[in-house]
Design a protein around this ligand. Structure first.
Ligand code: SF4
Ligand code: SF4
Length: 326
């Protein structure tokens, strides 16, 4: 048993198990138009991994067997997958909600700008990464030109109804080895800065803690801050976040068809545990719901402070422990 399992057991009396699955996260591949410093997947223009046709077909087949799920599509840059529009159309026609995680800059490229209209016409929820509202911090994390491109994409999205009629959530992640500040306070600052300077509106801000893995971990090691950052995450363990941990309510399908408890386990090549299905070709919902979650030291990144998930801070409150069916 690792130290995260010990901490969970001390709080809840048992190991971490999944409950009802409401979200399927799809990682369409590692190809990206950017190479961000904090990327836990080490995605970039040189990566060729992409979801194969048989896996895409498997996802559509899986979606036909269950109703009312949220399909949360990510990458790399999911826009670079040649079957993205076809996949979204199929999932929507099967009655599911669809959310795409976009890095914004890709939506300013002449080859992909048409996707803004497509997303809008298909009621696709957008989650857009904007690690800061200040140019210097975005440039440091994402490279030259990323700030202007992100602002331009946000303005185009607003023009297409995002931020008003359609949900447009922005994602903040810290620019260094520290926990995110209060999500609600930071959202206020983002809203006023982006509106006053650019007339941009959005729905909500999601704060996400940097995981000590991938490119961010390499940076921590190069600056000698890896041990202190991991200690910060452990010392900030907050059991009130356990119930809402995203792995308890979702399953991830990787670009190669592998099933994972979450995107971070995917980055670390940690398989689902025990007899839980390992590949999309073996999906058995009964074994996915109720599976024991595969954990590791990195999991402290999800329980630290106000908590962290692909849907932002967790903040589940004191009642959460009572709801744990483990
Ligand atoms: S963080 Fe997102 S935008 Fe940046 S390299 Fe990774 S996948 Fe691409
Ligand atoms: S890293 Fe993944 S498996 Fe671990 S707690 Fe977070 S969501 Fe769950």
């Amino acid at each position: 048993m690792n130290s995260f399992d010990h901490a969970v057991k001390a709080s809840t009396g048992g190991p971490l198990h999944a409950g009802e699955i409401t979200t399927v996260q799809l990682n369409l591949g590692l190809k990206c138009n950017m190479s961000c410093r904090h990327c836990h997947l080490e995605a970039g223009p040189g990566r060729e991994e992409i979801m194969a046709d048989e896996v895409v077909d498997g996802v559509i087949s899986l979606a036909s067997k269950r109703k009312g799920l949220l399909f949360d599509i990510t990458g790399g840059a999911p826009e670079l997958h040649p079957r993205l529009m076809e996949l979204i159309t199929a999932l929507k026609s099967l009655g599911h909600r669809v959310q795409v995680r976009t890095n914004l800059t890709i939506l300013t490229s002449p080859d992909y700008i048409h996707l803004i209209k497509f997303y809008s016409e298909n009621d696709v929820n957008l989650v857009a990464s904007l690690p800061c509202y200040l140019e210097a911090n975005i440039t440091a994390q994402r490279g030259e030109g990323a700030y202007d491109a992100s602002i331009s994409a946000l303005q185009s999205l607003n023009d297409s109804g995002y931020g008003e009629r359609l949900p447009l959530n922005l994602v903040y992640n810290p620019g260094g080895p520290f926990l995110p500040p209060s999500q609600s306070a930071l959202e206020e600052a983002y809203k006023s800065e982006l509106f006053e300077r650019f007339g941009i509106t959005f729905t909500s801000l999601l704060t996400i803690t940097n995981m000590p893995i991938g490119r961010f971990m390499e940076e921590l090691e190069s600056t000698g801050e890896a041990a202190s950052y991991k200690k910060l995450l452990v010392d900030s363990f907050n059991p009130r976040n356990i119930d809402a941990l995203m792995c308890r309510h979702q399953i991830c399908i990787n670009w190669d068809g592998a099933l994972r408890d979450c995107d971070f386990n995917h980055a670390l090549s940690i398989p689902t545990s025990g007899d839980a299905p390992k590949h999309i070709s073996e999906v058995d919902w009964k074994k996915i719901e109720g599976r024991k979650i595969s954990t590791g030291e990195h999991c402290f990144g999800c329980t630290a402070g106000s908590g962290s998930s692909c849907a932002g801070a967790l903040d589940t409150g004191d009642e959460s422990l009572k709801a744990l069916a483990i």
